[in-house]
Design a protein around this ligand. Structure first.
Ligand SMILES: [Zn+2]
Length: 309
């Protein structure tokens, strides 16, 4: 048996062909064509999979199914309940559309949730069944897995930990229009904001004053022992650790798996998050481990295949 994992992004659609052991046999990608409300995206996916099946001489009876991760809230039936702004999509049902082209079982879920499942299946969370995946990228994404199952919630917004309110004093608005969301401090853009604010506060010397500010620049400076950068990282870690302590009291996870572009800073990142987490966490939840994600950009196709296998 085979399964396909599909990760639909704003620029490309990543796809993987998996065997029943969960090994990826082939990976490829196609461009995401967003014109006309993104109407070509799912037909393009279907055509690409059919072409791969023909190339590999795989009969549809030997395909256990196709799993799909998409950027937006997806309910249990695979309906994008709020559409997907990044793809131009309005409300649509992914399995229904793909089934017009390929008659195999199809499951869909939110891309962050699917990536979390991938990390638990074959990545940093392997061997665990209760996991919170935290993606530190442009925003802060989350995926929560309880007893091996993705927490979707009533409207598909379960696990959106980036929008936990963490700061009453914030004056700028988050992308969600509220003020003081975790994402405003713990994302790559959030770290840059923290850095800018810290540098404006006084004249303390720092290599960051001559650098183009980015999350990477901040953590590179931390590694070089820059005092101001360390302060910024402590602030970042304080917010994230506090937010994750709140999550732990609800989910009681065995492990937090930290991924996304910011996590490329490596283990040093965890040195700033864990102390704050330990400070605030409810004691019975304090055993949670912190690990870095290992699948990178492939987490989505792995998790999509895991929806099926
Ligand atoms: Zn927000």
């Amino acid at each position: 048996m085979y399964a396909f994992g599909v990760d639909i992004g704003g620029t490309t659609v990543k796809m993987g062909l998996f065997d029943e052991m969960g090994r990826v046999l082939e990976k490829w990608e196609i461009p995401t064509v967003k014109e006309n409300g993104g109407e070509a995206i799912l037909p393009d996916v279907a055509r690409s999979i059919l072409a791969k099946m023909k190339e590999k001489e795989i009969d549809s009876r030997d395909v256990a199914g196709i799993g799909v991760g998409a950027p937006g809230a997806v309910d249990e039936e695979g309906t994008m309940v709020g559409g997907a702004v990044n793809l131009g999509w309005g409300v649509l049902n992914i399995p229904e559309i793909l089934n017009q082209y390929i008659q195999v079982p199809i499951k869909a879920n939110n891309d962050a949730n699917v990536a979390a499942l991938g990390e638990m299946w074959q990545g940093g969370g392997k061997g665990y069944r209760n996991m919170v995946a935290v993606t530190l990228g442009t925003g802060v994404g989350g995926g929560i897995i309880v007893n091996g199952k993705i927490l979707t919630g009533a409207t598909g917004a379960g696990g959106e930990i980036g929008h936990i309110h963490i700061e009453d004093e914030e004056t700028e608005s988050c992308g969600c229009k509220k003020k003081g969301c975790l994402e405003q401090y713990a994302s790559a853009t959030g770290i840059v904001r923290l850095a800018r604010r810290r540098l404006e506060k006084d004249d303390a010397p720092s290599v960051l004053r001559d650098a183009e500010l980015s999350a990477k620049a901040v953590f590179d400076a931390v590694k070089a022992g820059d005092r101001v950068a360390i302060e910024i990282a402590e602030q970042f870690g304080g917010y994230l650790g506090k937010g994750l302590a709140a999550v732990a009291a609800v989910v009681n996870p065995e492990v937090f798996v930290i991924g996304g572009g910011v996590s490329k800073a490596g283990e040093i990142l965890l040195q700033f998050v864990e102390p704050a987490f330990r400070k605030y966490v409810f004691y019975p939840c304090s055993g949670a481990q912190f690990k870095l994600a290992t699948l990178g950009n492939d987490a989505g196709i792995y998790g999509a295949a895991a929806l099926i296998l």
